[in-house]
Design a protein around this ligand. Structure first.
Ligand code: SF4
Length: 174
């Protein structure tokens, strides 16, 4: 074998590996950065959920990435294909993660990510979006304090199955 062939082959293999790594990274939908939190036991013991006593809010993003700038970004994975626009409930879920990270780390994420099967959406965590989220939480707390609860607004059994109020709800479909 020619002496120059081995370095050329090694270089070719290295190039293929780099391209594969870049492709996997893009396909994963994770922003560029260092993974610091994963809601799985594959990388570490399953971490505790984030908790904010002020809002009585608890949550676990699927992943948290630390960007090169040092900022944190929560990522939430969905198992369904992407809609035209991210669902409102998913947007508020990611805003909740942004809020919880801000309270836990003392720094506000610039945005959060919703990763559907085939597409990602960035959800900006601006002051306006944060206000929208806090307003929604206030509305939820007000409803919780009411004697009369609002009527069920859907016929989706799956929603009731995944609902945290299922045990005390008299309108549950399950
Ligand atoms: S269990 Fe009750 S509160 Fe929860 S989704 Fe079903 S109807 Fe709504």
């Amino acid at each position: 074998m020619k002496s120059w062939l081995i370095p050329v082959l090694l270089l070719g293999i290295a190039l293929v590996l780099v391209l594969l790594a870049l492709w996997f990274k893009k396909a994963s939908g994770l922003p560029s950065g260092r993974l610091i939190y994963a809601d799985t036991d594959q990388l570490q013991a399953v971490p505790k959920p984030f908790f904010d006593s002020k809002l009585r809010l608890v949550g676990k993003p699927d992943y948290v990435m630390r960007l090169a700038s040092g900022e944190l970004v929560p990522v939430d994975f969905k198992s369904t294909p992407a809609p035209v626009q991210a669902y409102r409930a998913h947007v508020f879920q990611v805003l909740a993660y942004c809020y919880l990270l801000e309270q836990s780390y003392g720094q506000a994420p610039p945005y959060g990510v919703i990763r559907y099967q085939d597409k990602s959406f960035e959800v900006p965590y601006s002051e306006a979006e944060k206000e929208r989220f806090l307003d929604l939480i206030n509305q939820l707390r007000a409803v919780e304090a009411c004697a009369d609860v609002p009527s069920r607004s859907h016929g989706a059994v799956a929603r009731c199955r995944g609902c945290g109020y299922q045990d005390i709800c008299d309108q549950s479909l399950i």
